[in-house]
Design a protein around this ligand. Structure first.
Ligand code: IMP
Ligand code: MG
Length: 195
């Protein structure tokens, strides 16, 4: 019989043991997200605002960010998948779930967990621009500028980070580690098979 369980969910060692080091601690995340929420609230005060979160990595960030925003706003979700390896993306993007609402004439902010090569986001920006929003801005929790393959303007960045594979606070490796409350660098041994 086919087996669908994720073997990584069956491991009994603590998730923390797979982390090389904590890159952004819980306190620092929450302090920065409070600032970002304030910036968004000031920018869009008295105006229409729709936050678009890209599943699944940005859900934890989105949940905290929207509560740090003090003005009325709507949220919606999209899901994309990139054909690539587990730790890098290929630039070929597929829409798995589209928005429920029209964005024509609206102020849209794309809420991302991390911008790496920029492939996913540049594709998303292109298709959302075609729908004629009044404004379209990009807000990301993490940015890895060294890895950028597609130049793009990012309006708000929480933290610029070095070129390391990170997990936690929504970010996964093989669908696991999203529930860690901090951003941590994953031990290479987790994704490099031993000889
Ligand atoms: P990009 O298209 O290369 O910019 O990749 C963006 C997507 O790749 C993110 O939304 C994440 O899902 C994933 N990704 C990139 N870097 C990391 C990382 O360090 N940890 C976990 N996921 C990552
Ligand atoms: Mg991912």
């Amino acid at each position: 019989m086919a087996r669908y369980a994720n073997p990584r969910c069956e491991q009994t060692r603590p998730l923390n043991d797979d982390i090389e080091r904590v890159l952004v601690a819980e306190d620092a995340l929450h302090a920065r997200i409070r600032e970002m929420g304030q910036t968004v609230s000031e920018t869009y005060a008295g105006q229409d605002l729709l936050l678009v979160s890209v599943l699944k990595g940005s859900v934890v960030f989105m949940a905290d960010l929207m509560r740090a925003i003090t003005i009325p706003h709507e949220i919606d979700f999209m899901a994309t998948s990139s054909y690539g390896s587990d730790t890098s993306s290929s630039g070929v993007v597929r829409i798995l779930k589209d928005l429920n609402v029209s964005i024509e004439g609206r102020n849209v902010v794309i809420v991302e967990d991390i911008i790496d090569s920029g492939n996913t986001l540049s594709y998303l920006v292109r298709i959302l621009q075609e729908r004629k929003p009044a404004t379209l801005r990009i807000l990301t929790l993490l940015d890895k500028p060294e890895r950028r393959e597609v130049p793009m303007h990012v309006d708000w960045v929480g933290f610029s980070i070095p070129n390391e594979f990170v997990v936690g606070y929504g970010l996964d490796y093989a669908e696991v580690y999203r529930n860690l409350p901090y951003i941590g660098i994953l031990k290479r041994s987790v994704y490099t098979p031993s000889e």
